[in-house]
Every structure is written in C-alpha cells, then in structure tokens.
Design a protein around this ligand. Structure first.
Ligand SMILES: *Cc1c(COP(=O)(O)O)cnc(C)c1O
Length: 327
C-alpha cells in the first residue's frame, strides 16, 4: 500500500499515482479530499483513507468512489451505525502504543464482532501504527508488535502495521499489508542509516539557477541581519531559491548546495527568494544550476543541517516551484 498523502510527500499525488498504479496493490492518503482528487483524476486503484470519515457524507462518498476508510474513533463508529445505506470497506485502527489515533487494543475483538454484523460494513481489516520504528534500538517496536498479535489473535482479517522504517528494519512486522511512504521517495526512514545504505535513490531533485556572482571585500557582510562576513576578498553566488520555495530558512552552518559537481557552502541567512553561497575556489557562471537536494545531495543530509527530517523538506516544497516530470 503506497502512501501518497500530502501530495505524495510533495512530489504530486496524481503523477505519483500514475507512475505507481500498476506496481502497487493499493494507495493510502490521509484525508477524504485527497482521495476524491485522485478518483477525479481517474486513479482507479484501491485507495485507503487513513484518517477515515469525519461526517456521514464521507461514508456516502466512500461508497460511491470505492474508498476504504479507517475507523479509529468512537465518533466514526457512530457515523457507521447511523449510516445504513451502501456497504463500505473498513479498517479498524487500534492503538498498540503510539497513543495518537486508534481504539484501545482490548476493544478490538468486540469492535470486530460489532462491525462484522453491520450491513454497511462490506469488509473489515485491522491496522495499527509504530511510534519508534525508525530507531533500531527502541524496545517499543517489538512491544507494539506483540500487542498487535495478542489483540488480534484468531481474528480472520488482514493486518497492517509497517511504515517505511518497519519495512526496512523490522521484517517481522510486515504482516499482510505494508504501508511505505518516505522510502518510496528515496529518503532514509531509519535513524543513522543513509538512503544509499538501503539502495534508495532520490525521486525529487530540487534545483535553482545561479542568478548572480558578486565580489566582496574583506569584512563585507552578507544578507539579512549581516550574520556572515567575508574573511577576505572573495566571490559569492546568489541562487534563486529561498524559504518561499520551501528551502529551510533555518539551515545552520555547514549547509551546502551542489554546483557543477562540487559541494559549496551556504553563507548568511536564507531569504525568501534567494540564498547565497561561497564561491571561493569554485568554477561557476551565472545560469549554472545548483541542486539543493536530490541526485548527488541527499535530502536527509540537508534535513540534518536544518535540524529537521526529509519528510518536512519534501512536503514543504511550495506551489511556486515548477514541477518537471521525467517519463
Ligand atoms: C504516513 C503514514 C505511513 C507512512 O509512513 P512513512 O514513515 O512515510 O513510511 C504509514 N501509515 C500511516 C498510518 C501513516 O500515517
């Protein structure tokens, strides 16, 4: 079940669905609106809505558009009991330890029995979600897995708990359906492991042109707040990308871009439309294209400089960035 929520982690839900539809068994999105967009675009693959319905009309939509809905909360049970029209495919989500969404594990059997009898439940599957699968040393993952097995033992239903980190690092957790998200886009979901370690390749490359080369005198300050000063006379470059495009303003010292095959330091503050780079010793011309992350510069590395995770970099690429799709 390929997770393509949040515009396929910023890559574009419809293009990603079109690229993957014949190699997956299902897609997953978070919200009903995301599912409707995919169906409107002609995507016919089985489609799971991870946060499920928030009103009765959503169940009708789920029936009409053949969506599978996750039922994780009492208010959704009430919707199901009130809605007695056409049958909808459901997942019961229960909480094995993350304490974000889901019913208590002790209720799984009772809910399974009740929902199995409801005429508007066409089929029933079981899911949960890991809190710490990205941490290979964390004991809560085996604990959650054991909770899954205990809570569902003997129930005749397909099960799912594995996100990307669990797909790669916790083979015992795969069950009937795996739900990879981040790994599909080529970043590493596991702390301390690179994407390359798992043979993952970046899907997105974020690029922008060098729009100016300027020459500083020793002591000249660069950018808003004058936070960086030239230690000597030197060339700097201005790259036409900034936080208005989703490049993190808060990358710290050590941040780099890739230009003409070389790593080049980012200097001064990132502004809305522009960031500046240190061109000492670099062969560069206006019009050269810098890679902010992607091929040759893993998003995971950039995320580290910004004290965040690749998920937020991907999801944060803004609407003004022009998307170009290969093939
Ligand atoms: C987002 C999400 C996933 C995918 O997580 P990744 O870490 O991106 O693989 C799987 N299951 C649920 C319920 C999710 O919300």
């Amino acid at each position: 079940m390929a997770v393509i929520k949040s515009l396929a982690y910023g890559h574009g839900a419809v293009p990603v669905a079109q690229a993957l539809h014949d190699v997956v068994d299902a897609f997953a999105v978070a919200r009903m609106e995301e599912a409707v967009t995919l169906r409107d675009a002609g995507v016919r693959t089985p489609l799971v809505v991870l946060e499920g319905p928030t009103c009765g009309a959503h169940l009708e939509t789920a029936f009409k558009l053949d969506l599978q809905v996750v039922i994780h909360h009492e208010h959704q049970l009430a919707l199901l009991r009130d809605y007695a029209d056409e049958p909808v495919d459901c997942w019961i989500k229960f909480d094995t330890g993350m304490h974000r969404l889901g019913f208590p594990p002790a209720r799984v059997r009772e809910l399974f029995a009740e929902l199995s009898r409801l005429p508007d439940v066409a089929s029933l599957r079981l899911m949960s979600h890991f809190a710490c699968a990205d941490d290979l040393s964390d004991q809560s993952t085996p604990d959650q897995l054991q909770c899954l097995h205990q809570a569902t033992a003997g129930l005749e239903a397909e099960r799912s708990i594995a996100n990307s980190a669990a797909v790669l690092a916790w083979p015992d957790s795969h069950a009937d359906w795996v739900r990879p998200g981040l790994m599909l886009y080529g970043a590493s979901p596991v702390i301390g492991k690179t994407a390359a370690h798992y043979g993952l390749r970046p899907v997105m490359s974020l690029r922008a042109p060098l729009i100016a080369i300027n020459h500083l005198q020793a002591g000249d300050a660069v950018g808003y707040g004058a936070t960086w000063r030239a230690p000597e006379a030197m060339p700097i470059g201005a790259v036409g990308i900034g936080y208005g495009d989703g490049y993190p303003r808060h990358v710290g010292a050590g941040a780099q871009v890739l230009l003409n095959g070389q790593r080049v330091p980012v200097i001064g503050r990132v502004s809305m439309d522009t960031l500046t780079i240190d061109l000492r010793g670099i062969k560069a011309a206006v019009g050269d294209v810098a890679t902010l992350w992607g091929e040759g510069l893993p998003a995971d590395e950039v995320a580290g400089w910004a004290n965040t995770i690749a998920y937020t970099l991907f999801c944060g690429v803004t609407a003004r960035v022009q998307r170009c799709y290969k093939d």
